[in-house]
Design a protein around this ligand. Structure first.
Ligand code: FMN
Ligand code: SF4
Ligand code: SF4
Length: 318
């Protein structure tokens, strides 16, 4: 099967998830997979593919505007093509489920039928910073769920997220974030910690940052992806009215130390616990050996994705 996965990722979370999907399709099912960033020029012909994946982070319970524009610009496929949607979000709120409603409709108009939707909790890149321990748990959980979700797609088993009452209407209202982001983007400033490395200028997906005579100019094309502010090594970018919500610096995603685990425990909230509990149940059913090993080592704390014994290797390879 020829698979095309198109994605947008502001700060790398969705990229990690999409890459894991692509790798699983390739290594477990020997599929021919192409991965394309939505911000790059799109040269693929969708008619060449049997399955199309669309990946993006949830922004204000919606897809970012760059994703909706990408879907609008897709040609109408000559024959119906199956599609799947992959989302990441900072919180396991059910309201995030409405983020794929508009995307699904736009894809349907292009003869792409969404049969599978998946949602993974990944660390916040705005609002507040998760601990690296929490980031590790989210990512290690996603890495174990993805092979199960790929298997569903491969077996033709459809999977949809639970509907939300008045979801379409709420999503429509919340899309005010798209023009709000543009407006807020014009308020971005660079302070004197800047070392003029030009990284932010080069990585902005909408080319919204320019420098004239050493002065930074932020245009009105910001999509609030947070890439510039998150990845600036000097934390020199002030993100307008939402500056107090800025999360600067990448997450490590490495296995946490005992001390970091304690910090993680203080961060627990009912919503995250419920999310992990549900994921753990699914993982326990499919990877019993991994569960046994980790449960012996620690209570309620993520998994080692890398199998160590031969038996574990067969468990992980589902
Ligand atoms: C402008 C903006 C809006 C966001 N809105 C939501 C939201 O509505 N719900 C949520 O759970 N997370 C929200 N997030 C968090 C991101 O969805 C989350 O951190 C995601 O994994 C980032 O992925 P990326 O690194 O691929 O950009 C938002 C982040 C940004 C920057
Ligand atoms: S990434 Fe940061 S330090 Fe580099 S030019 Fe931009 S604001 Fe300045
Ligand atoms: S200015 Fe920053 S937040 Fe806005 S689109 Fe560019 S990289 Fe993203």
């Amino acid at each position: 099967m020829k698979i095309l996965i198109c994605y947008f990722s502001g700060t790398g979370n969705t990229k990690k998830v999409v890459d894991c999907f692509a790798e699983t399709f390739k290594t477990e099912y020997n599929e021919d997979v192409t991965v394309a960033r939505m911000e790059d020029s799109f040269t693929q012909d969708i008619n060449d593919y049997d399955l199309i994946g669309i990946g993006y982070p949830v922004h204000a319970f919606n897809a970012p505007s760059i994703v909706l524009d990408f879907c609008k610009n897709l040609p109408v496929a000559k024959k119906e093509i199956r599609a799947f949607i992959v989302n990441t979000s900072g919180e396991p709120l059910k309201l995030n489920n409405i983020s794929s409603l508009r995307t699904t409709k736009l894809l349907k108009q292009r003869n792409l039928r969404v049969t599978n939707e998946y949602h993974y909790c990944m660390p916040y890149n705005m609002i507040f910073r998760h601990t690296d321990a929490m980031a590790y748990r989210m990512w290690s959980t996603a890495q174990l769920l993805i092979p199960l979700d790929v298997k569903e797609i491969e077996q033709g088993q459809e999977h949809y997220l639970d509907p939300v009452f008045m979801g379409d209407f709420i999503a429509w209202i919340m899309r005010c974030e798209h023009w709000g982001g543009r407006l807020n983007g014009t308020q971005y400033k660079v302070d004197d910690k800047c070392v003029h490395c030009n990284k932010c200028v080069n990585i902005c997906p909408t080319h919204n940052i320019t420098v004239e005579n050493g002065k930074f100019k932020f245009g009105n094309n910001c999509i609030m992806c947070m890439r510039c502010a998150h990845l600036c090594g000097r934390d020199a970018i002030k993100t307008g009215w939402f500056n107090s919500w800025k999360v600067n610096g990448p997450y490590s995603f490495e296995k946490p130390t005992e001390e970091e685990k304690q910090r993680y425990n203080k961060m627990l909230t009912a919503a995250y616990e419920k999310y992990f509990e549900e994921c753990d149940m699914r993982i326990a059913t499919n990877y019993p050996t991994v569960i046994v090993r980790e449960a012996a080592a620690t209570t309620s704390f993520g998994y080692d994705v890398a199998a160590e014994t031969e038996e574990e290797k067969t468990m992980v390879k589902i």
